[in-house]
Design a protein around this ligand. Sequence first.
Ligand code: ADP
Ligand code: MG
Length: 676
Amino acid sequence: MEYSLDTDLRYLKGVGEKRAALYGRLGVFTLGDLLRHYPREYLDYSHPEPISAAPFGETCAVRARLVSKSGEQRIRKGLSLFKALATDDTDDLYLTFFHAKYTVAQLKEEEEYIFYGRMEGKFTHREMTAPLVLSPQGEEAFFPIYPLTEGLSSRAVSASVRQALTLLQGHIGETLPPQLLARFELCGLEEALRDVHFPPSQQALDRARRRLMFEELFTLSLALSQLKSNSHRQTGAPMSPVELSGFLGLLPFSLTGAQRRAIEETCADLTRPSPMNRLIQGDVGSGKTMVAAAAIWFAAQNGYQSALMVPTEILAEQHYATLARLFHGSGLSVALLTGSMPLREKKLARERLAAGETSLVIGTHALIQEEVAFSRLGLVVTDEQHRFGVAQRTALSQKGSAPHVLVLSATPIPRTLAFIVYGDLDVSVIDELPAGRLPVKTYLIDPAKRQRACGFIRKYLDEGRQAYIVCPLVEQTEESDPGLLAAEEYAEKLAAREFSGYRVGVLHGRMKSAEKDRVMRRFAAGEIQLLVATTVIEVGVDVPNAVVMMIENAERFGLSQLHQLRGRVGRGDVQSHCILVSQSAAPRLRAICRTTDGFAIAEEDLKLRGPGDFFGTRQHGLPLLKIADMAGDVALVKTTQEAAQWLLKEDPSLSRPENRPLGAEVERMLSQVSAG
Ligand code: ADP
Ligand code: MG
């Protein structure tokens, strides 16, 4: 029979129903899937050590001749072991194998093998337990270790891969057009697949990986460009240009240059025939809300309603307060719609919305519920977009007929990655803070210095300022780490001791929304001086009179999260301070003391945590990349983007014969994106 990449895995020898089911768990169903199931790492046995020189306690490879092997010894029911002895003339090596009947049966006395494992024992007696045994024949010097599932071993996978490579020899089509291979000096697909599983040298491995990463990022770039051009349909909310002076007159301050640019770009989008898809990216405190407000005002002048969706009720209420005040007397009517509002109020808000009496509705995900209908929805804004999946954004858009979409995000994504992460969005960056803002001073202190820090905070409270203390937990439970501070308990302690006589409040995610609201209002009104809180305050809350923040157990928070938290202070024109309390002096904590540049912090965070964690599991709805590590390959990301633009210019529909296989790959990736 003819084998192809689409051939079912069960055609391989040794792969029956049972094993096929195990492979299924790894998403491997065909020979093609198997070849794309890349090794996670490699054991390098290219430089075996003499037995006598191998360091104790370390994993190493030795090349030795088998001297003797024992028969099976049963220790107890279900556990059998074998002993063997090998030598390389520098020393003897005692080997123990468990449950390895098959492996040991294959071993022949007087033959040479590579034994890979941890060297144990003492000077006079060296031993290895359950080593990996490899035959030194062939040129390979790396043994592939695969992402596995229980019941499958790397040895079994590598045997299947070897079989598949043999069966498919000469049948693995090339996906990249020849001019591209030549231009970027990439090796062919068949060679790359062979070498990525069984690299004869480090050089060959690097070459194979580069080719496969290139292909993956390149296909992704093409797929995202496709998404972007697909969105070039007609908007259901066509708008005409409007003079912005009416909006500017509502503002209590003048806009920064960066805000003005972002507003110009946004309003220009709104007058185009296709729906806007724009991301406003700006650090905490950069004033993104006003860009949204401008767009909302612009839409209202054109007779359209807007929806502003935010991830938390507190933030919804705060935006409501800000925008209702801003638009007061401007003819725009603003409404709030959250899950915890009384049913009667909700019903009324929905009715007014459906009747077109409301120009702007602000709410949480309650907005995407089915009963909510708009009369003329023209603009959808989502704030702090990393909390929303692409799916939620789309659900809200479907309530209008192809409305314009504006996304606000305070998570600075390194510029090179923004295109990939936000895919189909155009990006405006607000890279300037309102005038007079002073960067927050940040310190890292040992818990022993906490008393002094509390004294420092009291000094500010005495001057009429406010402060936050952030802790990682809501309350201590049996499971939680006893070293961590919990908001409830800690607030009580602080109110009784360090801050007795001060008005201390507590805020956390497990409080009822009405209660949270009450606390936030009291804090905003200055009735609460010190707010002890969990990360619920991370998103968006704005109290400019709060000028000091102390973060307990700072090591528990991610860098980007610390940066977001810190953004709650420094929002006025007073010098603000952020005190990180931690026993750990981890470099990342020191890094955040040094810089307030969100981009630099994001870059650092990305490096430390990898793109998977950084963006949250699949929150961004992108396909999981199999081989490319976006953080490490920024240069390659850029190269592939440029190459994709170039190819699309030459052949926009990828319909030339040499580009068709690539077109198929792009389709495949797009189907993953929409499923994700
Ligand atoms: P973020 O980008 O974090 O959402 P906000 O929109 O909440 O920032 O703005 C932060 C604070 O700065 C708010 O109190 C807002 O009123 C104020 N602000 C926004 N733009 C300006 C400006 N151009 N000049 C002075 N203050 C501004
Ligand atoms: Mg905001």
